[in-house]
Write a protein that binds this ligand. Sequence first.
Ligand code: FES
Ligand SMILES: [Fe+2]
Length: 448
Amino acid sequence: MAMPQLKERTMDYVKMVEPDRVRRQVYTDEAIFAAEMARIHEQVWIYVGHESQVPRSGDYYTTRIGRQPMILVRGSDGKVNVLYNRCPHRGTMICGDMKGNTGDQFRCSYHAWTFHHDGSLKSIPMMESGYRDTRVARDNPDCSVKRAARVQSYRGFVFASLAGDGPTLKEFLGPAIVAFDDMCDRAPDGEVEIVPNCFRVIQRSNWKLFMENQLDALHPSVTHQSTGRAAHEVEKRLAKQAKKGEVPLSYHMLSAFATVTIDKWDGFQTINYPFGHSVLTGYMGLRPQDPDTRAYDKIMIKRYGKKRFEEIVGVNIHHVLVYPGLSVQSPLQQLRAVRPIGVDRTLTEIWHFRLKGAPEAIYRRSLAYYNLVNSPATMINADDLENFWKCHQGLSSDGGDWVSFHRHYGRDIVKGEVVESGPNMGTSEAPMRNQMKAWVQYMGGSGG
Ligand code: FES
Ligand SMILES: [Fe+2]
């Protein structure tokens, strides 16, 4: 009986998504959410954390992959492990804290079973007398903490997949791997270091609304207009007062939301890849010529030579989206990870990074962007959150059956598996169409 039901359900999912529009239930139906977790988030490569989060043996962070509570932990052998946060005895979470150092072992707080950093069983109190002739034995894998099926790291960014089979991390990322290359290449030492800790925001809306908003180039000059205008007013006043008309770059980070108008956003382009990933080209005019940037440029040229330096800082990327749960703004060292909690609850972790070997002022720039644009303290983030909540409320109503992704539909440039927004159509809804195309493949069982 189970099989025909499953088939029927799969058919339903496919019917809910058309190339240019999507049924509203895709965002609000609890059963669809459960299926998404099982078929997408708990299958594909999900970003767990950065190696620099856990520099010492025993350092750990807890997080989630789909519905599964997970632990990222550095082993005494230097390796990074990803484990289910679940004791094999009676199921207690091994780590109740968000982060910490567990010493040379994990010790369950309930009955003191202990485990090595790779999850393998270390000891059970009075094991010989208590478990003689039972299934509980050191060589029984059921007595160890379960590990993520696959763990791979790229330039310090750790991903895990809970499925034993599937594409490798590199195959999965495809051209979206540029997010990590671009971020690390901009560091004089060729690597980045995470800045602990992150902001955590729980959005009262479906996870896909966040993902769809990330490369929605139509919304910034509307949604964030008032914030951008206010910053622009101050920026203009300061420019008048300043001797050489120089205003701190942080004002520009906000004023750009007003000064980069829709027609300018249209000048950018989205490039959409298999598995739902996308890149938004165009950069908010950040090759400034202030003394801090010049000092950084000097260090970079010394390290890489003029030609390679120009290649590195010339990478034309504003934003990379790794579907289904990662948004990276590599030129400013920003990363947001999406952790769905329920059909109408989504946790986002908001992180930023330090370019190793770069002057402090360059880090301050990243921190400014983090605080002014991505953190929960800024009006930009609040503007977006309000939209997400209102979207989720509206989609929960009977006011309409469909969500429209028609902007510049039919005018995309298709190059095999890659779909580019058309010329001067940067505000195209091509990224959302691409995400839903991947969604159908995953939900229908033919995804990677
Ligand atoms: S539940 Fe962990 S030791 Fe008993
Ligand atoms: Fe926004």
